[in-house]
Write a protein that binds this ligand. Structure first.
Ligand code: FAD
Length: 499
């Protein structure tokens, strides 16, 4: 008889758990609280425009990367159309001089050498780092918990790359670029790459994937990507129950045996997997009964992705002046502005003019985002009029700043939409609006976060709350690994299949 799995949460991780579960003969049911699946990997339609909420770059779109195999198995690679950007971003200084960050390392190197031939050695070291990391791959194989000697040997082969990662994790962009002699390049690269905020490893990694053309944009955006996975899951025979909020994980003798929904119904299965928010799972659904010091410490001192204020504009014009770039155009403001209580000196704007699915012909969607303080929005949301007024104020401000730069643009704006951290909490339950869970850091990189909870059997956690750094390929890998772990416990051979 088929064993069964209940999956809490129908984000990408939940869908991936479901697909691999079905491939391995489990009867699977996804319970999702929202009325659609996808979680934070989503988009929303407004007045004929689509505001994409997650698809900047997807690791695994290049056939050589191991994440590609996951996307093949999950039914996405067969259908998707990929757009590879030429530019990672365009960063303007106060004199209006544009600095291009190219996705191709050779082109970027040539460009940097033309600007600062005196910095040849450091520029070459920088672009070598990008090329080195363009050869990195995701460790998709087996989860740590069940690695065999053979798979450990494979990891040993990755040792030189792991050493390189460790080295560059300790050096910040600020520290690396301060060695440049050319003041323009020193200043621009330092601020464009976030100063001391990011380790060089992340920068090499991001640009390396671009250089290898391994992380493109799926045309149609996040909504389309989720559609591929949902269709694959349903074709494999999996069940989805939307508008089904889980309020409790049922436990008997320290074994997870089922779930209780908000409507009071109870459902049972042989295995329970939570692919939903970590804090909700551990402290609400399980009432904090299965924790240890490490979990307590992590949740008492959260190092999370900063939540966002996310402004989408539908413009009745292609706005060709804004170049397509992964993280967009960043330009300094003549006078600093205050958004949600925080001073801002720059505006970053992204165009989706390269994706016909996002806007009617001849029109485009622009997106501007600011990282923000969750508590500010949580408090404001308690006073709905003030909350709505603040959103309007931010939309007005962004439109007026863009109009100043591109005269006449304001009159062509026919759709405005503002999402806040509270929006993300409402639709996806992610703690404090952290749309990718835990920040990737030296600590989370080296320490392995457990997918089980101490003292609780028949239960796994999947997704971004047990895989620091989050992201879509991590969600896919997490689904694969969770089912490998369950198969291992059930003494079954783990299998995969392509559609
Ligand atoms: C603005 C933005 C940009 C991004 N850009 C990129 C990018 O370019 N590349 C990339 O790889 N990643 C990107 N990401 C991150 C990526 O989308 C996420 O890391 C990934 O989709 C997380 O998937 P998940 O399934 O682990 O979590 P989630 O998407 O959070 O899924 C959890 C699901 O659980 C459901 N749920 C929660 N509580 C309950 C409950 N009690 N009962 C039932 N259901 C429940 C939620 O509704 C949700 O559907 C971006 C995300 C955002 C928001």
């Amino acid at each position: 008889m088929e064993k069964s799995i209940i999956i809490i949460g129908g984000g990408l991780s939940g869908l991936a758990v479901g697909c691999y579960g079905r491939m391995n003969g489990y009867k699977t049911k996804i319970f999702e609280m929202h009325d659609i699946v996808g979680g934070v990997c989503t988009g929303w339609k407004r007045k004929g425009y689509t505001i994409d909420g997650a698809m900047n770059w997807l690791v695994g779109t290049g056939p050589k990367s191991s994440a590609y195999k996951l996307w093949e198995e999950l039914g996405a690679a067969k259908h998707w159309k990929i757009y590879n950007h030429d530019l990672y971003s365009v960063y303007e200084d106060k004199d209006g001089k544009a600095f291009n960050i190219y996705c191709d390392a050779d082109r970027f190197e040539k460009y940097l050498l033309e600007i600062a031939p005196e910095d040849k050695d450091i520029i070459k070291e920088f672009t070598k780092g990008i090329r080195d990391f363009s050869r990195t791959d995701m460790p998709v194989g087996k989860p740590n918990e069940i690695m065999t000697w053979f798979s450990k040997i494979t990891v040993v082969k990755m040792l030189p790359m792991l050493m390189l990662m460790k080295k560059w994790l300790k050096i910040s962009a600020g520290d690396f670029f301060k060695r440049l002699k050319n003041p323009y390049l020193r200043q621009t690269l330092t601020s464009a790459f976030g100063g001391d905020q990011w380790p060089m490893m992340i920068i090499f990694w991001m640009l390396g994937f671009q250089h290898a053309k391994a992380a493109g944009y799926v045309l149609g955006g996040a909504l389309e990507h989720v559609r591929f996975l949902e269709e694959r899951y349903r074709a494999l025979g999996g069940a989805i129950h939307c508008k089904s909020k889980v309020v409790k994980i049922l436990v008997e003798n320290d074994k997870a045996i089922g779930i209780k929904l908000a409507d009071g119904t109870e459902h049972r299965a042989d295995w329970i997997v939570s692919a939903a928010d970590g804090r909700t799972t551990i402290f609400d659904l399980l009432e904090g009964k299965y924790i240890d010091d490490a979990i307590k410490k992590r949740y008492d001192n959260p190092n999370l992705f900063s939540p966002l204020v996310y402004i989408g504009l539908g413009v009745a014009d292609p706005v060709k002046e804004i170049p397509p770039a992964i993280s967009g155009l960043s330009f300094p403001l003549e006078t600093p502005i205050t958004v949600a209580g925080k001073e801002r000196r720059r505006l970053d704007v992204r165009t989706y003019s390269y994706d016909p699915a996002m806007a009617p012909q001849g029109k485009t969607v622009l997106i501007t985002q600011f990282d923000t303080d969750y508590d500010y929005w949580e408090k404001l949301h308690k006073e709905p009029e003030k909350y709505e007024a603040e959103k309007e104020k931010i939309a007005d401000l962004v439109v007026s700043l863009l109009d100043k730069r591109y005269p006449g643009l304001a009159s062509k704006v026919e759709m405005r939409d503002v999402a806040t951290p509270v929006t993300w909490v409402r639709y996806t339950g992610n703690w404090r609006g952290s749309y990718e869970g835990w920040q990737f850091s030296a600590e989370t990189f080296t320490g392995s976060m457990k997918k089980t909870l101490p003292g609780l059997d028949n239960f796994y956690m999947a997704g971004q709350w047990v895989n620091p750094g989050g992201g879509m390929p991590t969600a896919a890998m997490s689904g694969n690994h969770t089912i490998q772990l369950i198969c291992h416990r059930d003494k079954k051979k783990f299998i995969t299949a392509r559609p």
